[in-house]
Design a protein around this ligand. Structure first.
Ligand SMILES: Nc1ncnc2c1ncn2[C@@H]1O[C@H](COP(=O)(O)OP(=O)(O)OP(=O)(O)O)[C@@H](O)[C@H]1O
Ligand SMILES: [Mg+2]
Length: 261
């Protein structure tokens, strides 16, 4: 059975997609069979891997409305061991469906669909949209755990309480196994005092929930790195676009921790 991990934070632009794509690619590089599941209507994870709309006819929307099986929309990427379930702007329409209070178990639609491919992958990494709406709830309900990227900027922790409350509510109700895998500080800049302050706050409040390589004193932090920002326009994860960049190293370290279990 695959381990399902959502990358979530309702704040926009904090590094969810970057983390989903590069964690998925780094796990694949380690020989794990990985499905990157894009459930954000913005489709940024899909385009980050070099796919555009004309490359695929069906996407995760068709899976969620039940006209296609998940295995029927999965695409092979150029990266060994890495597959992609693409998204599309049409996914916006699913929100209405998911909000329909008459629809039974509407939080569990994705979980049901994932079962079909669960034996084929070691990891399913879900990139979720910047909202705590029904799409993210479906992602969290289908997951074993969630990784929360935190941008090392002002307002970083704003809204975090709401996300943590949602996770804890889901845990008490429909998904008792849901865990917070950890917080990942992103876009960290060593020259910026604000970055340092956010990291200090995170270490203070969530020390046990930061990621550490074995024996390492410092937690894993994704630096602000130009190669990371450039890589989506080349349709590649940074781990393939600039393999030895600082950004690649951070995401490989994260994969090391995740693969260790
Ligand atoms: N460590 C980094 N260094 C430099 N740029 C980064 C880094 N991480 C992400 N970015 C850039 O910041 C922008 C936002 O990142 P990303 O798309 O991963 O955030 P997101 O949380 O998925 O956004 P959204 O909420 O819109 O889905 C992108 O342009 C991305 O390339
Ligand atoms: Mg995104």
């Amino acid at each position: 059975m695959s381990e399902v991990i959502s990358i979530a934070n309702q704040k926009g632009g904090v590094g969810k997609t970057t983390t989903a794509v590069n964690l998925a690619a780094s796990l694949a590089e380690r020989g794990k069979k990985v499905l990157l599941l894009d459930i954000d209507p913005q489709s940024n994870a899909t385009t980050s891997l070099g796919f555009n709309r004309s490359d695929y006819e069906f996407n995760i929307y068709h899976v969620l409305i039940g006209t296609k099986k998940l295995s029927e929309v999965v695409l092979k990427t150029g990266i060994k061991n890495l597959s992609l379930a693409p998204s599309n702007i049409g996914l916006v329409g699913i929100e209405k469906e998911f909000y329909n209070p008459k629809k039974k178990n509407r939080e569990l639609i994705l979980k049901e669909k994932i079962k079909e491919v669960s034996k084929k992958f070691d990891f399913i990494i879900i990139d979720s949209p910047p909202a705590l709406g029904p799409i993210t709830i479906n992602a969290l309900s289908a997951s074993d755990s969630v990784i929360i990227p935190i941008q090392c900027e002002f307002f970083a922790l704003e809204g975090l309480a709401q996300l943590l409350n949602t996770v804890s509510l889901l845990k008490k109700t429909i998904n008792p196994k849901l865990k917070i895998k950890g917080f990942l500080p992103t876009m960290y800049s060593g020259q910026n005092n604000l970055s340092k302050q956010v990291l200090a706050d995170l270490s203070h409040h969530f020390k046990d929930k930061l990621f550490h390589l074995k024996k390492a004193k410092e937690c894993i932090v994704v630096p602000r790195n130009v190669k990371i920002a450039e890589s989506p326009s080349f349709g590649k994860p940074v781990t393939h676009y600039a393999t030895s960049s600082k950004g690649s190293i951070a995401y490989r370290d994260l994969a090391t921790v995740i693969a260790r279990g």
